[in-house]
Design a binder for this molecule. Sequence first.
Ligand code: ADP
Length: 288
Amino acid sequence: MIWNLGSINIDNFYEVPHLPAPGETLAAVSYGFGLGGKGANMSVAAARGAARVSHIGAIGADGRWTRDRLMEYGVDTPHIAQIEAPTGHANILIDPQGENSIVLFQGANVQLTEAIIGTALAEASHKDFLLMQNETNGQEYAAITAQSLGLRVVYAAAPFDSFAIERLLGRIDLLVLNEVEAAQLLEATGQSVEALGVADVIITLGAQGCRWVSNAGIKQFDAYHVEAVDTTGAGDTFTGYLVAGLDRGMDMAAAIDLALMAAALMVTRRGTADVIPDLKEIQDEFGT
Ligand code: ADP
């Protein structure tokens, strides 16, 4: 089972004729909203990857539908607390060229308490995984608690924050980064990925696939070749599926292969959580 301490956002999308200038009031051409946040995306991906996943998070009264949506997608939601704060949200402006401009309010995502996290992890078993990203508070407490219970701790260092990652490094079993985050980590710590003291590190490389760095050396995996139309959520899909594969007993190479297929199919689709592929769709596409 996977315990995912993660963000839940309401993504508001506004199509605008151009990105507004300072002082300008601009009417949007269209509006839409959906479930977002790296945490929620990873929970959906892990559930679509046939793992049991319990999301640990917080929302406000305005976001009760996000919890319902996660539940519909097969995610366990008893540890998503409703608190006195607005649900995290992103207001995303998109111009006709596809350029965007985003205002993010973290809201309830950064108001998690040790009680919320501790109550959830008290139900965990030593065979379970703790998955985290960097869009909530409480990561260090969760990692310490999980480690003491014998869970394997997986951290996706996104969005990158050197302070957050340096405090977590000794408590992570698997670190997942994209190329930009890997460069930021290198700059922040002055250490090579091999010298971080993390057993397994996976660096995703977009259309180039990924690299797995472990005690056994460095192994490169090619991406599946697809026609990409929207790479939003590719990394979240990759990580959710990776941990789902590991949780279902696959070895690292097999779990990486599954994650590469899921992420490749994801980039052929527009959208985020709502369009993350399930195992059947992956099977149909890649014949596995
Ligand atoms: P992020 O979305 O976090 O920036 P990446 O861009 O590295 O991360 O993408 C994550 C994964 O998604 C890659 O490792 C790869 O498996 C898959 N992916 C991304 N872009 C493509 C692409 N154009 N073709 C096939 N797979 C892709």
